[in-house]
Design a protein around this ligand. Structure first.
Ligand code: ZN
Ligand code: ZN
Length: 124
């Protein structure tokens, strides 16, 4: 198969998938995008400076109730974690679609959100 034929086949396959499963925003069903600007701006983010230092949960800068203060790293086998946001709304929909329903086109969006969360100061 030549590159041109492969490109055309890929284009047709994408067009067919778009016809059967049209691209829609995970938050508001806006056509043509997987996550629109408005829904991304409204995602339930967690401020890492106001989160549990071990698991990243949004419970303030002290250990949350899930972490064990008597154990190193709160009982986790890692030094710390950060969470982008709470599992609710469009963020929950996005993660369920990605993990349970195989919508792998969300991977670059999720990766970008995780990179934002990690920030340039995240070294652990
Ligand atoms: Zn939207
Ligand atoms: Zn915690």
């Amino acid at each position: 198969m030549t590159d041109a034929v492969a490109d055309a086949a890929g284009y047709l396959a994408e067009g067919f998938k778009e016809l059967i499963w049209p691209t829609r925003c995970v938050g508001c069903d806006l056509p043509g995008t997987l996550l629109c600007e408005e829904c991304e701006a409204a995602l339930p983010r967690i401020d890492p400076d106001q989160a549990c230092p071990h698991c990243g949960a949004a419970h303030g800068v002290i250990l949350c109730t899930e972490c064990d203060p008597a154990k190193p790293n709160g009982g986790f086998p890692f030094q710390g974690a950060r969470a982008f946001g709470r599992f609710e709304g469009a963020l929950a929909s996005m993660l369920v679609l990605y993990k349970d329903e195989g919508e792998k086109r969300l991977a670059p969006i999720i990766a970008r959100l995780l990179a934002i969360t990690a920030g340039s100061d995240w070294r652990s």
